[in-house]
Design a protein around this ligand. Sequence first.
Ligand SMILES: *Cc1c(COP(=O)(O)O)cnc(C)c1O
Length: 414
Amino acid sequence: MGNRTVSDKWAALDQNDPLGSMRDKFHIPDGVIYLDGNSLGCLPRAAVTRMKDVVAVEWGNSLIRGWNDHNWIDMPVSVGNKIGRLIGAALGTVVAADSTSVNLTKALSAALQMRPDRKVILSDRGNFPADLYIAQGIARVFGPEYKLKLVEPEDVESALDETVAVMMITQVDYRTGRMHDMAQLTKRAHNVGAVALWDLAHSAGAVPVDVSATQIDLAVGCGYKYLNGGPGAPAFVYVRPDLQANIEPFLSGWMGHAAPFDFDLDYRPSEGIGRMTVGTPPILGLSALDAALDVWDDVDMGEVRAKSIGLCDLFIAEVEARCGKFGLHLASPRDSARRGSQISFHCPNGYAVMQALISEGVIGDFRQPDVIRFGFTPLYIGYGDVGRAAMILERVLVQELWRNPSFQTRAKVT
Ligand SMILES: *Cc1c(COP(=O)(O)O)cnc(C)c1O
């Protein structure tokens, strides 16, 4: 098919897209095809108006009164409830707070306290290193008999045994998009008496998740990726309702106290999920995230998933057909049921190729050692974007645009 014919086909797909109108809710810079919403989601237009209001009016005029008058104090729970809707969590089981790393610290320490006789944290080598660093630090603080055991992603299930205190798994692999079966692994973990702790950083807003149906114990996730909460947005932590009362918070902060403004000398955790909060909530960040979450009000996650698969499959087909001869190989599972909403390719000179691609207006990112990675966010990416991105990648390779010396030096953030 000629390029004209295929672009007509993409346009037809976009015309019939039930999520097509969602794109207008985002600011997308001119000339950019943004395939990096898995690292930092696009700016929701509602966040702009909300930020103006919260800064100029709420902060500017209400000052300290804002904590009560604008319900700032309840935002960790109210924003948490909006996230909860996207991951199948009941009201009062999620708080928006801190970073993913800090929430993992809280959740992992809680999990270890739930199984005092066991000393093993089980995770896999595909996990995001940030999570492994946290686990290493927690193990050190808990004591020398604690250890982090790492296995290959496909071996997690067989590595679950009665020594494992907690299975700490990131559902969607940041590098390849490979997705673990949450229901099956959780069931297996529970069969051997282990706590199931899931990191949903690349899942929330990307794939349908049901923390209630799968009965997972604890979860954490990210606010700035598919939830579009802005750079460094507050993250979230979920605790299954029946476990909340028994959690002894490791970070026993005053915001998680039963009565912070009693100023008791002794810590007493609040009822429920509130005990997972620590210090004063960041109201500006929470406000942007809150506005970003309203975008999801009428969105059906089933439609998001169907489109995500359509976009990813189209990208694989176009890139393989156009760029396969340049040594690109699919790094993601070909079976859409086994991956999240991103596609990666092993690519010779991957870093320079990605820099050249970015300079041509297609933004993805690079991950060690040779992976070029593309995130597909169905709320604001269309089939035409995906097809054009593959054509531009082909041009970068055919014309060897990546050889430009300015694309060879690594920046701090890749
Ligand atoms: C993005 C991501 C993080 C980021 O954690 P921060 O505390 O926000 O830096 C952690 N874990 C996983 C699995 C991620 O994908």
